[in-house]
Design a protein around this ligand. Structure first.
Ligand SMILES: [Mg+2]
Length: 345
């Protein structure tokens, strides 16, 4: 078996602004594990919020020795060990490994996880940025049924954004404060947003501020969903009193296997479940989409927010996710990218 990797710069269609940062592009790493004519693909989209970077991912990849043939379970352990605690790297290795294993077994990933085909609508993100661009962004989002709005700046600014959006559309909105509010702002905003066709509020406060989150949950007419507080399954028992649901991201939890464990545990705690993403391309988004029939909400739009996605995988039909047919992840490399990026497989 062979391990290959390459960096790739994904370009945002609009500068991607959230409460703590704005990006025009992100550098990601594609990982390929190949064997006997099959290539398994994975993607690492490292996040600085979690202390990860492309450099860190590449340095760790350079330290990995050659691969021997492995069973599925041995491969899962190998990915965890060789990622050395870098979750986005583990995500790329474990996705490539499962893709390769499923391709060789001639099975789809969806079949592997017994997901069924109840595909969800995905929300489409309107990030923080130039307020004058909001009508244009709403127009561009017209094929999506649900909008996800990044807030968390301050009460006045956040209300202005919602008012501007409500001038254009009455579509269902999901709000993500990305840890940007304090308790007072959180209380006022949740009350106010409840009158503006908002479905839930994601991560109102800093992850270390669970005490205020639990207080807000008691008062808020809107459900609260954990994102920065919800990394792996081990977090769920500690946050279940403060949140109504969790957001699971492949880049945070490290594998579809861990994501599935989070889904099952969150169900035991009677929590709502959303599948989310970083700004990433179709490898990561397609991988996670395979679990979407098992959850309540999909926010799998990272690949829709970039202009140069080299892969073709999950599609959006009438606002709903639609998995590609075929074994493994069912991905293909867009032929237009083949000639300019010969490291892509
Ligand atoms: Mg979030």
């Amino acid at each position: 078996m062979n391990l290959n990797y390459t960096t790739y710069r994904i370009i945002c269609s609009h500068p991607f602004g959230i409460s703590r940062s704005t990006h025009d592009f992100y550098d990601i790493v594609y990982v390929y594990i190949s064997d006997g004519g099959y290539v398994g693909r994975g993607e690492a989209a490292p996040s600085l919020r979690y202390g990860e970077s492309t450099d860190k991912v590449i340095r760790q990849l350079e330290s990995i020795d050659s691969l021997n043939s492995m069973t599925l379970d041995e491969g899962i352990l190998w990915c965890k060990k060789n990622a050395n605690g870098i979750s986005s790297l583990e995500a790329s290795l474990s996705t490539a490994w499962l893709d390769l294993w499923s391709l060789k077994k001639q099975r789809s990933i969806s079949d592997f996880f017994k997901s069924g085909n109840n595909m969800l609508y995905t929300s489409f993100t309107i990030s923080i940025g130039d307020l004058d661009l909001i009508p244009k962004k709403i127009e561009e989002a017209k094929t999506y049924n649900i909008l996800k709005i990044k807030l968390g700046v301050n009460e006045e600014h956040d209300k202005n954004i919602i008012k501007l959006i409500r001038n254009e559309t009455d579509k269902l909105i999901r709000v993500d404060a990305n840890e940007g509010w304090d308790l007072d702002t959180g209380k006022k905003m949740c009350k106010w947003l409840a009158d503006h066709n908002v479905e839930f509020v994601e991560q109102p406060f800093k992850a270390q501020n669970l005490r205020d989150t639990a207080k807000l949950r008691d008062l808020s007419p809107l459900p609260l969903i954990a994102d920065e507080n919800s990394i792996k399954s081990s977090n769920i028992p500690d946050i279940a009193h403060a949140f109504d649901g969790i957001n699971i991201k492949l880049m945070k939890c490290g594998s579809l296997f861990e994501a599935k464990k989070m889904i099952d545990l969150a169900h035991e705690y009677d929590m709502k479940i959303m599948l989310g993403c970083m700004v990433e391309s179709s490898i990561g988004i397609t991988a996670m989409s395979n679990l979407s029939p098992q959850v309540d909400f999909a926010d799998l739009d990272g690949n829709l927010l970039i202009d140069n996605d080299p892969y073709i995988g999950v599609k959006i039909i009438d606002g709903k996710l639609k998995l590609p047919s075929g074994n493994g992840l069912g991905l293909t490399l867009n032929p237009e990218y083949k000639k300019d990026f010969n490291n892509l497989k």
